[in-house]
Every structure is written in C-alpha cells, then in structure tokens.
Design a protein around this ligand. Sequence first.
Ligand code: TRP
Length: 336
Amino acid sequence: MTKEIYLTGITTTGTPHIGNYVGAIRPGIAASKDPKKKNYYFLADFHALAKSGDPDQISKSTLEIAAAWMALGLDTEHATFYRQSDIPEITELTWVLTSMTAKGLMNRAHSYKAAVQANVESGNKDPDKGITMALYSYPILMAADILMFKSTKVPVGRDQKQHVEMARDMAQRFNHHYGDIFVLPEPVIDDHTAVLAGLDGRKMSKSYNNTIPLFAAEKPLRKLIMKIKTNSLEPGEPKETEGSTIFDIFKAFATPGETAEVEKLYAEGIAWGEMKQKLFEYINEHIKPARDEYERLIADPAIVEAELVKGAERAREIAVPYMATIRDAIGIRKLG
Ligand code: TRP
C-alpha cells in the first residue's frame, strides 16, 4: 500500500495563540513523528497576502509561526517543512488550474460569499467592494498547494473543508481532460480536537482580539489569564466546570488525573482568583522549555531561515519534475 500523504498549510497572519496550539500545532507535531505517514507542513505566506497588506506583519508572523512549530519539536527530518513562496512551481500550477476552473465554482466559495454578504448587509452599492482577486481565487492557490505534493489527506477546520473539495473537483476536471495527472485529495476533519474559548468567552480567535499568545512572557501571560471572564460566584460556593473557560484551558494542557483534581476543587468552591493563579502556574511550567527555545529562534532568525531553505529544497525535488510533467500534459513544451 502506498503511504498516505498529509499536507497542512498555516496562513502567516498573526502570532500563534494557545487555541492554535491545542487545535492544530500540537496534533500536527504529533503526526510529524508518525513513520506511517508522509507529512508536508508549510507556511502559506502568499495566502496571507490576500488578508494583509502589511509587509512587516507578514514577515514577523512568518518568523513567529515557523519558530513556534520548530520550538515545539516539529520533526523536520521526517516531515517536509517549507514556505509556500519558496516553491515557484506552486504559483505556476495556480495559473494552470486557474485556466480550467469554472468561474461559477469560485462564485460558490463560502469565504467569497460571506464577503459579498457583508457588503450587501452594510448597504454597499458594490457587492464586490474591497474584494480582491486573491480573495476570490484563494481556493485555486490552495488547490495548487494540495495537488503539487499529491496529497491524499488534508487536515483542516470546518471552514476550510469546502476548499479541499474544490481542489478535488479541479483535479478531477483536469484529469478528465488531460489524463491521469493529479491525485484526488480528501479533507480530514477531527471533531475531537479542542476548540478553546478566549478571554471573553467567545471562540479564541485573532479576529475577536481575545487570544492568549502561546509564548507570552511570564508577566503578560499571568495578566491575560487573570482577565479570563468568569461568573460572580464567591469563594466557597461550588462551581460548574462546564462552560468554564479556565477549566477548558486547564484540561487542554493537563493529564486526566490532574484534571480530575481540579474538578474536585471546583466542587469544593475554589476562588476564581486562586484557580486562575493555578492555571497560570500550570501553563507557564508546561510551556517554559519551548518558550526559551522560541525566544532563542526569534533572536536568531537565520536558524529558522536555514531550516526553511532546507525544506524548500526537499519540496522542490518533488515539485520541479512534477511541474515538468504537468507542462508537458497541457502542451507547454520545448519545440525541438
Ligand atoms: N487556507 C488555510 C487556512 O486559512 C491555509 C492553507 C493554505 C491550507 N493552503 C492550504 C490548508 C492547503 C490546507 C491545505 O487555514
């Protein structure tokens, strides 16, 4: 049997927070150590361009996200870890796919439709106001990411499932017309990974500005944890673990035994202040070794750059010959 090929893309906008860690980084790193799978992890910096026009933000975020994955122990010997923009074949393939993708398919993308809807709701005369071609064609670049490495499985959140299905549609259409070139990918949705709430109780997300950065230094980390929303129960009054953001975050980091102990403390009526202090101490301890390594990498970006250059070389060993096959299939050929 051929190995399953897993591919994970991370858009380089923002600083990694504990919600990203629990939902994507931790399971991704565990998967990178599984010898039964071939894994690709990449920084989707061209995708970031569709969301941010701030050059410093994009480059800072690329460094922070790469350093976070490395500091947390991504196995870059076994997995291929690279930056999308270092693989020119991906952008080349994007144009090839663009040439045979129905505009109607892109009209149906949820992300594009949501942007149009927002314009309509805010009373804009132009429903496409502020919508770039990069946002509109976002699923085509994503399809190129996926198809370039013959990915069979693409772990994504629910919001990205449709994009992976579109990549599959594009691959099918291409194969039907030009012959059997692409492997058909499948989305993988893990319903078991935790989705953490943020400081205000809504889903932790940079768009809500309610995140706890994964590698916040000790002082800001404590300050943020102290800000987590709780109810007004007094010390001594028994508290529910269900719906408690502090409890959910604790549980996402702790062992089942430690979690059971905290459940007991809730039932006994631990004061919120005391519980927050406990959560802070626990996360701080847990994260400290990786945080030290992260800070070392941020202070010396050349180490991160070298890792990405190595990853890009390995990725291009696949992409360059494959792109030559694709060019030949579509009739972009040498003339003699
Ligand atoms: N669009 C994805 C996101 O915003 C990131 C991404 C880019 C991606 N290319 C990909 C994910 C390819 C999986 C496969 O989360």
